[in-house]
Design a protein around this ligand. Structure first.
Ligand code: HEC
Ligand code: HEC
Length: 215
């Protein structure tokens, strides 16, 4: 992670000499950024862990882990944001991160947001204390669907989600058993959630999907 960060910094320094510092994202609207992070356009939440966003994607590296070191060493937020922006536009080819999921202001906003919260010990502590369950400690399938990143890859009307990396669940109408199997084991581009979600949470989200897709 350190190495990747250092390499990105070198790339940025090279970039910076060409166009001056004006192009670097020191502004960016972090509130908008959080929306972009979890949106169907940004899809960041589907692939990355980020405590502040409540996201648990496992396809890419944890962004908390990736930037905790830089934050601790006192790198400026604007520097971290520039690294994230660079990654959005120019991810390592063939690495599994699609280029330019978002561009322009949305890209700057999400970069500023990630720089603001990634590796923040407070956010990590708060997320660890907060179980992904509904009120009263009962696993709530709908909120798990949102926080586990399902929404970023799947369309499901009952969840208000429009992701299109995976099949449209309103059309697929999976049985509870099939949904439990997919969520537990993953398949193709879908990561396995075993270990990330408890068995009760997997059952709850599977029941939510199966029940609401059949309406
Ligand atoms: C389909 C999965 C996927 C999506 C969607 C995705 N990423 Fe990534 N991301 C990856 C992978 C895989 C890597 C590792 C790339 C590599 O090894 O070079 C990565 C790397 C990164 C890194 C570098 C982390 C490091 O260790 O230095 C950042 C920052 C990042 N992504 C931010 C984002 C943001 C912001 C978004 C949303 C706009 C996003 N990603 C969307 C898969 C994804
Ligand atoms: C990174 C994207 C991604 C994420 C995140 C994701 N899925 Fe999937 N999902 C897919 C893909 C792709 C498939 C198709 C797998 C195949 O059959 O090859 C799939 C398949 C499924 C299926 C089977 C649909 C059918 O009937 O064929 C269900 C059910 C499902 N996902 C539910 C979920 C739930 C619930 C979550 C969250 C806990 C989730 N998915 C998270 C991408 C994703």
């Amino acid at each position: 992670m350190r190495l990747a960060f250092a390499a990105a910094l070198v790339a940025l320094t090279a970039l910076g000499t060409g166009c001056g510092t004006e192009g670097l994202p020191t502004e960016g609207n972090a509130t908008r950024g959080k929306q972009v992070f979890t949106s169907a356009e940004g899809q960041c939440a589907a692939c990355h862990v980020l405590a502040d966003a409540g996201s648990k994607g496992k396809v890419g590296p944890s962004l908390d882990d990736a930037f905790a070191g830089a934050r601790e060493e006192g790198f400026k937020e604007s520097t971290i944001a520039a690294t994230v922006l660079d990654q959005i536009y120019y991810p390592t080819e063939g690495s599994g991160m699609p280029a330019k999921l978002v561009e322009g202001e949305d890209a700057e906003a999400v970069a500023a947001y990630v720089a603001d919260v990634a590796g923040d010990p407070e956010a990590i502590k708060a997320a660890a204390a907060k179980k992904p369950t509904g009120k009263g400690g009962k696993a709530d399938g709908k909120s798990i669907f949102a926080s586990a990143g399902c929404a970023t890859c799947h369309t499901l009307a009952a969840a208000g989600s429009k992701g299109n990396i995976g099949p449209n669940l309103d059309e697929a109408r999976p049985s509870v058993d099939k949904a439990i199997k997919r969520v537990t084991q993953g398949k193709g581009a879908m990561p396995a959630f075993k270990g990330q979600l408890t068995d009760a949470e997997i059952r709850a989200v599977a029941e939510f999907v199966s029940r609401s897709a059949r309406k």
